[in-house]
Design a protein around this ligand. Sequence first.
Ligand SMILES: Cc1ncc(COP(=O)(O)O)c(C=O)c1O
Length: 407
Amino acid sequence: MFDEIQFDRIKRLPKYVFAEVNELKMAERRAGADVIDFSMGNPDGDTPDHIREKLVESAQKTKTHGYSNSKGIIKLRKAICDWYERRYGVILDPETEAVATMGSKEGYAHLAYAITNPGDVIVVPDPTYPIHSYGFVLAGGNVQKMELPFDEDYVVDEDQFFVNLDTAFKDSFVKPKYIVVNFPHNPSSATVTPEFYERLVALAKKERFYIISDIAYGDITFRGYKTPSIMSVPGAKDVAVESFTLSKSYNMAGWRVGFFVGNKKLIAALQKIKSWLDYGMFTPIQVAATVALNGDQQCVEEIVSKYEKRQDVLVEAFNRAGWPVKLNRASMFVWAKIPECAAHLGSLEFSKRLLVEAQVAVAPGIGFGEYGEGYVRIALIENENRIRQAAKNIKRFLAQFEEGAVE
Ligand SMILES: Cc1ncc(COP(=O)(O)O)c(C=O)c1O
């Protein structure tokens, strides 16, 4: 009916490849399979007690149930700025340089909506967390891709990054206005040095573009690595904003709490558009989020150490099962090249067969962009025993592709 009524904006979104694997996963589960699920970056742990208790306490009070403040209550914005000062020595103004968002994903969608004019070009390294590009696509912008270069230890080749960025600028018909960077990176786990941001800020000033940096996995680091912030670069506020989320560090993914800080012009745009679109997070959630940021960070260390142990177990067990994967320095993911014997399948077909034949769910690399092909993303959201079980299933699964085996 009404075929002439079309939704052009929705048509700009491609088929969601993760949905294909998800549907298959549901079908397997309905049929009684015990699927070991590494497919989503959804933390499996509970939010620490003291944060939950604060939520309950605040919800029991009067005057916490009405509409809240769309840019975040001042206490939360102050906690955000204090977090930056403690961690990175960066001084931010909670009124003009910080905004709380309903998860950082919401922030990306609305920031893009606020700052994109039709036809604007945004550079996004590929592969990428989808909202980094599709937030802008939905807002009417065009994404200029560039390959994210990193070595086999998931360390970004910074010189090559700037070569690729230069090429992306040259290849774009319109001069790009924004670049989105995300380190530690989803899906690849790739990391950068503080010098990387110094170079990027200097280039942004010279070439006149804004930088949007996402440090969602900033806390989830191992083996001595510490996540740098672009905000630590002197003068970064002139050209950059940065986002963080409570989803990963505090197992608060369902609570929907994130934030953006930095450049006043971009923060004001996000604050303004949000004031027209929402009334802010439920106040008790904001109060509890304040406690998460201000409180004892031992809980974060425990969460990080859980991921580190799982990564150690996974890397060892998968290697023994015949799937060569390497340790990385950050994030809750392992970005694994499809084993050579099964590489011909491509990441989508490989993921589907792994699901049906080994009952192991992973995210196909192609879902993160064309340069994600050849890889799958394994989220460390299953416990160590289940990881070992997955490795056993995988060993059996891979045997069919080995030389001499009939596929
Ligand atoms: C890189 C990155 N940024 C942002 C997010 C969104 O987090 P949230 O919306 O829960 O704050 C995610 C979620 O997986 C992510 O991987």
